[in-house]
Design a protein around this ligand. Structure first.
Ligand code: 5AD
Ligand code: FES
Length: 388
């Protein structure tokens, strides 16, 4: 038995080292990522799952962490990019089984921010030095294409060169195009699970993985910098599902990948399921870093929620983005996708100071520039990459 474990560990080490070398050699000449992913991905993930208690002792974990750090530094240096997050509506027409703001979740106080309130969040963010903003919301039918485009146009007028990222779910190609033309430049839409079977266990019947994937490809084709992603430890998820997630990401080749642990949310049908594993979340971040070397990967708020130094651990496993909340404190608690979310009562400047300290203490460098993906950045952005 011990021998079998050693063999498995040797196979994982060899996989990690191979991918690390592939990643480093793909970086010369701006190749995006090696187009490979053997079937042993699921075995590698199973190994880490099985031995997750040995995170501090097993050479496989340290090799993975080192590889992820090395690749991250080869692409983006020590920089950790800030994105100011504005959660502008918690109305949602969907009912994802995991989500605390799903339409049927009771007791949620619903709110929408006006364009004026969103502009105030942007101004506050600019004062703090941010050049990159994310507008996130539920799938709220109030925000028609006309309303979204008017809002984006107003923001663009006052903030001509800041990154404007949208995260408002599935919409039509025409809608994505109009919002892009109005000035949005990035879009986050986690795929949640790349397995049809697993996706159907997380969502009601009217939500289809095929639509989600089609949206992601539409967004890419239009020219957005696109973010996909998934939760780790969502109910019924297997190692095979996680391997499919990575395979899908390699195929899609997004500019950003959001990965966080599943955290149960009271009032949802998954409220009694266990929280996703910290170690496996870190493993999936690190595998994403070595398989898709140039992606921007946030160290998520969910990671900070399940461990007091979860976000710092995220950096050491290859993450290089933080997304502090810029929403008015008065609505923070109402955007509760899961229980015990951190920073509910902390104003934007407190989170900025807190994150800056955490980034510096972990040996990294806070970066307040737009933080474009390497294939989208130009010299102006590189020059701007200063502290504030
Ligand atoms: N736990 C962790 N993450 C969640 N999300 C939604 N609900 C939860 C939860 N209970 C994530 C989803 C979504 C993103 C905005 O937040 O992956 O895409
Ligand atoms: Fe909000 Fe630490 S990031 S208080």
């Amino acid at each position: 038995m011990a021998n079998q474990n050693q063999n498995q560990e040797a196979a994982v080490l060899s996989f990690v080292n191979r991918k690390r070398e592939d990643a480093l050699s793909s970086l010369s000449g701006h190749a995006i990522s090696p187009k490979i992913c053997e079937d042993d991905l699921a075995d590698v993930i199973s190994f880490f799952q099985h031995f997750s208690d040995a995170v501090d002792t097993s050479p496989a974990f340290s090799a993975l962490r080192d590889a992820a750090q090395t690749v991250r530094k080869a692409v983006y240096g020590d920089r950790v990019f800030f994105r100011g997050l504005i959660e502008f509506t918690n109305y949602c027409k969907n009912d994802c089984y995991y989500c605390g703001i799903g339409r049927h979740v009771e007791g949620v106080h619903r709110y929408r921010l006006s364009t004026e309130e969103i502009l105030a969040c942007f101004r506050n963010g600019r004062k703090l030095g941010y050049h990159s903003f994310v507008l996130q919301g539920g799938e709220d039918p109030f925000f028609t294409d006309d309303r979204m485009c008017d809002m984006i146009t107003s923001l663009r007028k006052e903030f001509p060169s800041e990154a404007i990222t949208l995260s408002i779910g599935e919409r039509s190609h025409e809608s994505y195009q109009r919002m892009f033309d109005a000035g949005a430049d990035r879009y986050l839409l986690r795929h949640e699970s790349a397995s049809e079977e697993h996706y159907a266990m997380l969502h009601p019947r009217d939500m289809l993985l095929s639509n989600r994937k089609a949206c992601l490809y539409d967004l890419k084709r239009i020219g957005y910098q696109v973010g996909a992603g998934f939760m780790v430890g969502s109910p019924f998820q297997t190692a095979g599902n996680l391997a499919e997630d990575l395979r899908f990401l390699i195929e899609l080749s997004p500019q950003m990948v959001g990965i966080g642990p599943f955290i149960p949310s009271s009032g949802t049908r998954f409220s009694a399921f266990p929280t996703g594993s910290l170690t496996m979340t870190l493993v999936m971040i690190a595998l994403t870093r070595i398989l898709l070397p140039t992606t921007l990967i946030p160290s998520t708020t969910a990671l900070g929620t399940i461990d007091p130094v979860g976000r710092e651990k995220g950096f050491s496993y290859g993450a290089n983005v933080v997304m502090p909340n810029l929403s008015p404190v008065s609505v923070r608690a109402d955007y509760a996708l899961y229980d015990n979310k951190i920073c509910i009562t902390d104003d934007a400047s407190k989170c900025q100071k807190c994150l800056t300290t955490r980034i510096l203490q972990s040996g990294n460098l806070p970066d307040f520039s737009r933080g474009d993906h390497v294939c989208f950045s130009d010299d102006r952005n590189k020059d701007e990459a200063t502290n504030k």
